[in-house]
Design a protein around this ligand. Sequence first.
Ligand SMILES: [Zn+2]
Length: 154
Amino acid sequence: MSRPRISKKDREFVKEQANFTCEYCLLHQEDAFFTFHIDHIISLKHGGSNSRENFCLACLYCNLNKGSNVGTVLPPGDRFLPLYHPRKQRWSDHFSIEDILIKPLSEIGEATIKVLDFNHEDRLRERELLLKLGRYPSKESLVYLQNQVKTLIK
Ligand SMILES: [Zn+2]
């Protein structure tokens, strides 16, 4: 299946809207070695659209771990839970930052942390370094969090 290209205009829009922050783990583009990706929140495979309402900015780790996943199964009882949706949900309702760990505040948060592997040891090492430099969370990411509520789809 050929993937329709995301227009340059849409890419720029998504990056600005995210204030160049990964909308999942809050890493800032300036602090990352790899260029961030435009993520289809609901993958095309699962019927997601190629529209701004379905795009977010994601760092390489979040994007690769997420792949085409839209959710996961959590105990008890193997319940299916969707992943966090940055255009419909507030980050701060689902996650909190404690030192270098990203902790869940909801089951959606728990599902997302699991699939995107937010607290993988390599990522914790990177965050530890950024924390020492005063770059985690970065001031840009905090601005993003403050403004996120204005960007949510009602
Ligand atoms: Zn990320």
